[in-house]
Ligand binder design. Structure first.
Ligand code: CTP
Length: 402
């Protein structure tokens, strides 16, 4: 399947740190995603992992020296730099960061960085004292001033035995930074509040009622919005999915808690997307002790939960208030129901989800949705991955914001 990375020419600089083995995995992942990954290793990097290993993982020749014997007529550094769409440096040691900050060109990698025109992403990895040293901090600030992306390392146990900041980020985080480098930053000025997942409504300490929402669609929206530069606040019901990197997550359990979290953060949002499957009802009473089995049937009263989106729609009077996007989870009369909810909840856009269709709805990795905007324009999207679907929904939101 074609992805954003298919055919992209990535220059991948590896410098000498124990974290080289992790970078080797990234080379493999990028190559698997059909990017053309050309690796340049410093001499120190080849002491940790051989260039042969990296060449096997990338399926391409690995460059290590300025004066390669078979570089041909063109200067290696100029031709490699001219062709790249993105330049990644991972792991970036304190030494290599210092060299880049001062524009040294004393090996192939540092020379290539100077000759390069593509976006540069630097992934530092080192001992935490080295990372926190004023000299390293100042050097990283310089790199940012040059327009390079600097991805802060993680906290954790370091190779030297210390505990602290300095670990090379994991692939998941790196992947997001790389995809973000290729994405339009059309949400850079926007704060987007997204709800996701189901809510749980408790009967007693052991039992609740809920629905089959996995949270995948809302989490995909959060991930893609973050990639496109947004500040993302994700209010999530119970879900097994890891929150996307860089997203502000607020975990809630019940519809009432989701209501309170949304109302608290609503005013700072430019866009609200209610992708959560909110329980319409909750038990009238939550028992403190477990309900015991008896021979007879029991009646449990259910009372309505607040309709969060409807309340936001009622508040929406002025044009400068947040753009409202709802979801409609439907098993029949999809379009009619979508139109009804769009009007009743005073929305700018509604995304209609077929919850019983093949490959769509709860738990699936794909979705086929229809969009109806505030002018009742209908757009039917094909079967897409939930991330692709999220991208198309965000494209529509961009148009509505204009
Ligand atoms: N929603 C909400 N608060 C609720 C129920 C729903 O904010 N108590 C939001 C959902 O997050 C979704 C939209 O309203 O964005 C429509 O939800 P849906 O469950 O499809 O419809 P309902 O309004 O609950 O109507 P019905 O149950 O009759 O289909």
């Amino acid at each position: 399947m074609k992805t954003v990375l298919t055919g992209k020419k990535i220059l991948f600089g590896i410098t000498g740190s124990i974290a080289v083995y992790k970078a080797a995995e990234w080379v493999r992942e990028l190559t698997k995603a059909e990017a053309q990954v050309t690796v340049v290793m410093t001499e120190a990097a080849t002491r940790f992992v051989s260039s042969l290993t990296i060449a096997a993982l990338s399926g391409r020749r690995v460059y290590t020296g300025m004066f390669e014997p078979d570089a041909g007529e063109e200067m290696t550094h100029i031709s490699l730099a001219r062709e790249s769409d993105l330049f990644i440096i991972a792991p970036a040691t304190a030494q290599s960061i210092a060299k880049l900050a001062y524009g040294f060109a004393d090996d192939l990698l540092s020379t290539l960085v100077l000759a390069n025109h593509a976006k540069v992403l630097v992934f530092p990895a080192m001992n935490s004292s080295m990372y926190c040293h004023a000299a390293t901090k100042a050097n990283l600030t310089r790199l940012q001033e040059y327009g390079y992306g600097v991805i802060e390392p993680e906290q954790g146990k370091l190779a030297c035995g210390d505990e602290g900041i300095g670990r090379l980020v994991d692939w998941e985080r790196a992947r997001e930074s790389i995809l973000s480098a290729f994405a339009d930053q059309d949400f850079a000025e926007q704060t987007i509040l997204i709800t996701a997942g189901p809510t749980w409504e408790s009967f007693d300490p052991a039992r609740h009622m809920s629905n089959r929402s996995s949270g995948k669609m809302g989490y995909s929206l959060a991930r893609v919005a973050k990639r496109r530069g947004a500040r993302v606040i994700l209010v999530s019901g119970p879900s097994a999915i890891e929150p996307p990197p860089g997203v502000e997550i607020i975990n809630i359990v019940s519809a009432q808690q989701m209501h309170d979290a949304v109302m608290e953060h609503y005013s700072s949002a430019d866009i609200v997307v209610m992708a959560a499957a909110v329980s319409d009802y909750r038990p009238g009473k939550t028992m403190e002790q477990k309900i015991k089995k008896g021979g007879k049937s029991i009646d449990l009263e259910l009372v309505p939960n607040p309709d969060i989106l409807k309340k936001l729609g009622q508040k929406k009077k002025r044009a400068e208030q947040a753009l409202l996007v709802g979801f409609a989870a439907e098993s029949r009369h999809h379009i009619e129901e979508g139109q009804r909810k769009l009007k009743e909840k005073n929305l700018d856009l509604i995304v209609i989800n077929d919850i019983i269709g093949k490959d769509t709805g709860f738990g699936a990795d794909t979705n086929r949705v229809s969009l109806i905007d505030r002018d009742y324009q209908l757009e039917k999207l094909p079967l897409l991955s939930k991330e692709e679907c999220a991208d198309m929904i965000l494209d529509k939101i961009v148009k509505l914001l204009q």
